[in-house]
Design a protein around this ligand. Structure first.
Ligand code: SF4
Length: 105
């Protein structure tokens, strides 16, 4: 029997090839990616290609919705989160906040 490996972020139980992660970050497709893709400097020039490359990884990510939700809730201003660049996420967050306010009435 395999002993569970308890990490700071998640509990993984590796038995017969099954892995259970308790934190969505453990399943992120960008986990081992170059961070400069997700946190480019600026939004012009080389940053455009970096953002495009980051978004291509996000499209394939199984936790894209969790990531976006986290970014909206915690107001992450920098970088690509959940497949959205900073300016896109700013607009999306305005709509998200408006919808939240509407639901709480
Ligand atoms: S959606 Fe994109 S930024 Fe978020 S965890 Fe997945 S790959 Fe990373």
């Amino acid at each position: 029997m395999t002993t569970p490996n308890i990490t700071h972020d998640a509990v993984r139980i590796a038995t017969q090839g099954i892995t259970i992660a308790t934190d969505w970050r453990e399943l992120s497709a960008c986990r081992d990616s170059d961070p400069t893709l997700f946190f480019p400097i600026g939004s012009t020039g080389p940053a455009i290609d970096q953002i495009t490359e980051a978004k291509a990884i996000c499209v394939q990510c199984s936790v894209q919705e969790d990531c976006l939700q986290y970014a909206l809730e915690s107001n992450q201003e920098a970088g690509v989160w959940g497949g959205y660049a900073e300016d896109e996420r700013r607009r999306l967050r305005k709509r998200w906040l408006a919808e939240r306010r509407r639901r709480s009435l």
